[in-house]
Design a protein around this ligand. Sequence first.
Ligand SMILES: Nc1ncnc2c1ncn2[C@@H]1O[C@H](COP(=O)(O)OP(=O)(O)O)[C@@H](O)[C@H]1O
Ligand SMILES: [Mg+2]
Length: 204
Amino acid sequence: MKPYVIGIAGGSGSGKSTFASRLKEAFPTQVSLVSCDNYYIPHDDLSLEERAKLNYDAPEALEFDLMVQHLEQLKNGQAALCPVYDFTLHTRSQSVTKIEPRPIILIDGILIFHDEALRECMDLKIYVETDADERILRRAKRDMQERGRDLDGVIDQYLSTVKPMHNTYVEPTKVFADIILNGGKNEQAFALVKTQIEQLLKDL
Ligand SMILES: Nc1ncnc2c1ncn2[C@@H]1O[C@H](COP(=O)(O)OP(=O)(O)O)[C@@H](O)[C@H]1O
Ligand SMILES: [Mg+2]
């Protein structure tokens, strides 16, 4: 059987990566994770200050072709060498991670339903819906704790790009979802998706 690809989209801070990591923890040897965050187009021609000001929430910021290529490789049973994005330097790091072809491939990212070719790689599409106030609070906490940002930077980026781009590009892709999941409270949804994966693995 070809790997089953589950796409997890939703706004920034909605809980996509957390949901994907929990599924990975539940099936450590059967699931591979692909994070769209690693596919930002690098701009090494720009200074760090210039890179910090770029719009990271519009489709132009992402290398969709490479994501599609990697998903196709994984679906064909080949490993993919995925770039690793460094959020403190706003660019790709020198290293790559090897993603193994496994029966379940999870891909998460704000704009993964925007690109038609990428959507076509997916067998199941989940959109994580979380209120904007919860998302910005979670994002601020995460960016300050894990990505070396300060509150003023988080606020500027949220108001200038994250919020308008969410409304323009991310939220409209909800129509492509098979399942819309409540990101504020998702134990039941987690259990359902977990059961679905158990069933798929049993049928292998
Ligand atoms: N269901 C949830 N309830 C409460 N907090 C959550 C939940 N899911 C994620 N978080 C927290 O919200 C923050 C952003 O989650 P993350 O998974 O990184 O979001 P995304 O990948 O959608 O941007 C993290 O600090 C995470 O711990
Ligand atoms: Mg994430």
